[in-house]
Write a protein that binds this ligand. Structure first.
Ligand code: C2E
Ligand code: MG
Ligand code: MG
Ligand code: MG
Length: 278
């Protein structure tokens, strides 16, 4: 009867999993109405220069103030929004809101940081991205140099020509292009030759290993190699997930240009970032 008990356990597991899937679908389907009700907002996390501690940029991270579930982090709704295609609508809102808020930061003058926006694969593959960004820059008055688009290695995995062409046009306008979570994807590096990339954002998992264990030494060597690769290609490197002063110090020693992580600042609403810029 052990076998049938196992079967029951699996049935239970499947039921729970179905329940979770249903909940995810319901959540995703609610995105358009939530956009209309203004339930989404952006937090911004600082990207800090490891050379002089200045604020070089901020990354826009979407949050959903859900009326019943509280504030939801992107991991609970972005994945499914990508699968269903609703990410195009949501991502369009994120892009517009980030450009609008970032433009307001420069009103005081001086060196305003760039705003870095995550783009899902579908957003980059969809025709119309160039026009969307052009229109936003014109409407908000944000200079193209103050917008950075973060794409992942998976965006470049297909052989489609359209994304490369679109990103080239945007780069020609002056928009910055960053590769997010660099080092965790499986694509080959040919896209670094074909694309006008300006920055590599090295995944936090390599940074997490920065300590004196032998694994840590391997992570440090990987980071050092990524930094030389980037610099050889005239790209800047930002390390993600920097949580301690020790990690920041190692990254500075390796030659990493900038860092992002709790050690330098948690994601925070626009007004807190504005206070820091001033
Ligand atoms: P990401 O683009 O790699 O963003 C960095 C994530 O790391 C953020 O999680 C941030 O809160 C978290 N983080 C920052 N510093 C630290 C640290 O020191 N330690 C640790 N452990 N984590 C840190 P978040 O906000 O939950 O976002 C998760 C992911 O959701 C993002 O990863 C990005 O891939 C995606 N995402 C967020 N906003 C958007 C968006 O508007 N559009 C799209 N397509 N994806 C988005
Ligand atoms: Mg990102
Ligand atoms: Mg990242
Ligand atoms: Mg990520």
């Amino acid at each position: 009867w052990a076998k049938s008990a196992g079967g029951a356990r699996w049935a239970l597991y499947d039921a729970e999993r179905n329940q979770r899937e249903l909940a995810r679908y319901a959540l995703s389907a609610a995105i358009p109405a939530a956009l209309e009700r203004g339930e989404f907002y952006l937090d911004y996390q600082p990207l800090t220069s490891l050379r002089d501690g200045s604020l070089v940029g901020v990354e826009a991270l979407v949050r959903w103030r859900h009326p019943e579930l509280g504030v939801l982090r992107p991991d609970s709704f972005i994945g499914l929004a990508e699968e269903t295609g609703l990410i195009v609508q949501l991502g369009g809102w994120v892009l517009a809101e980030a450009c609008r808020e970032a433009e307001a930061w420069s009103a005081g003058g001086a060196a305003a940081p760039f705003v870095s926006v995550n783009l899902a694969v579908r957003q980059v593959h969809r025709p119309g991205l160039v026009q969307e960004v052009r229109t936003l820059l014109r409407q908000t008055g944000l200079p193209p140099e103050r917008l950075q688009l973060e794409i992942t290695e998976s965006t470049m995995m297909s052989t489609a020509k359209e994304p490369v062409r679109a990103l080239r046009v945007l780069a020609d306008l002056g928009v910055r292009i960053a590769i997010d979570d660099f080092g965790t994807g499986y694509s080959n590096l040919a896209y670094l030759r074909d694309l006008p990339v300006t920055e590599l954002k090295v995944a936090g998992e390599f940074v997490a290993g920065l300590r004196s264990s032998s694994v840590g030494r391997t992570d440090e060597r990987i980071l050092a190699s990524l930094v030389s690769l980037a610099h050889a290609l005239d790209l800047t490197v930002t390390a993600e997930g920097v949580e301690t002063a020790g990690q920041a110090e190692r990254l500075r020693a390796i030659g990493c240009d900038a860092a992002q992580g709790w050690h330098f600042g948690r994601p925070a609403p626009a007004d807190r970032i504005l206070a820091r810029i001033r």
